[in-house]
Design a binder for this molecule. Sequence first.
Ligand code: F0G
Length: 455
Amino acid sequence: MKTIIEPFRIKSVEPIRLTTREERAELIAAAHYNLFNLNANDVIIDVLTDSGTSAMSAAQWGGLMEGDESYAGSPSYYRFEAAVRELMPFDHIIPTHQGRAAERILMGIVADGDAHIPNNTHFDTTRANIEATGATAVDLVIAEGKDPASQHPFKGNMDVAALQDFLEAHHAQVPIVMLTITNNSGGGQPVSLANIKAVKAVCEDFGVPLIIDACRFAENAYFIKLREDGYADWDVADIVREMFAYADGMTMSAKKDALVNIGGWLALNDDRWAEEARNQLILTEGFPTYGGLAGRDLEAIAQGLKEIVREEYLAYRLASTRYLGEALVEMGVPVVEPIGGHAVYIDAKGLLPHIPPLQYPGQALAVELYLTGGIRGCEIGSVMFGKQPDGSEQPAAMELVRLAIPRRVYTQSHVDYVIECFEDIVERTDELPGYTITHEPRQLRHFTAHFAPVA
Ligand code: F0G
């Protein structure tokens, strides 16, 4: 059959409170036009993030009851460790409460003021954890990865020649090289196995370990199966094992491709780094067999890892994101193409050319999506990146709005509703106002800034 269905039935539901445009106009004004300030009860379709928002399966909820809460040596830890090692056979697997905790511990060990750490594109928490040590985060994604219209099948790939040049010039200051799969900041775009192998080969030449930021590893593996020559007949789990065979470690946010609401881990092969990481873990996260999580959380991760590599799930997952993206393309809404795994990224500058970048076209679209349909997306443009360290403002490279799809949460009719809202908005884009910032904090202003529409 051609129809790709949600490969699950729904046994437990959460009501959605439906609001009117008039109510939403009041709510968003009271939230100072910042979608992060809304009470989630006032959101109809919440596509702010795919992180920690997955629906857990009956088996995962069952696993919660099996959780063993022993301070040390919990059997839940051993089930977690075995489930991770089944896919990612690293020597040391260290649980953390989420991805950024793994990043902070790793950077505390490997980075210092002189260090330079390349990646295809660092996610903001990774970049922030590198910069917090005084080190420099370097993005070396291929040129196609920065072009929203390029149809390259693996736009998350690292520019291997640029990495080679960079290591020739700076290898003494490069403690690790990273690869983010899929490349979230670049539009949820995958990295090919050929690229992983080529990056590893360059790293080996210079004796630098390769660490994978693995949040969306299963979506990446399925893209490899669909798009890369030679893998069509492979099991997804085997592709995953192949991807990690070239890495020396990983950081993970289990809130994405482990289908849980909280959790993460750091995995390493280096015994010395692992010992230091466990010491750091005890200081700030917890004993190494729970690392800031409850035993029940570890059970849910162990089960989630079994479910995430099932092909019928991944076929549905990529199809449902593509379904939204392709409908927008058909309508003439400019989006980052090809459609990524976890989210659709709308080019708000292309859609709202009358709004100058420093009147935040992404914010304008995000607010209008809320007003029109109670949809909450996330601006990724000059609100997020425009503020410079010296206090000045520069337009960001792109003005995007990300609609990130929670895993197993929304059905096709929810997505059809989002599409219908866009059909309404595209008829009146020239009426949408730009925004000014009326109040902002010193750092990470997008979370708490206040806005007002430009008259
Ligand atoms: N790396 C990537 C690629 C991510 O997308 C995220 C989180 C992290 C690391 C940090 O993980 O949140 O568990 O500490 N991304 C979320 C998002 C927040 O909305 O894209 P965390």
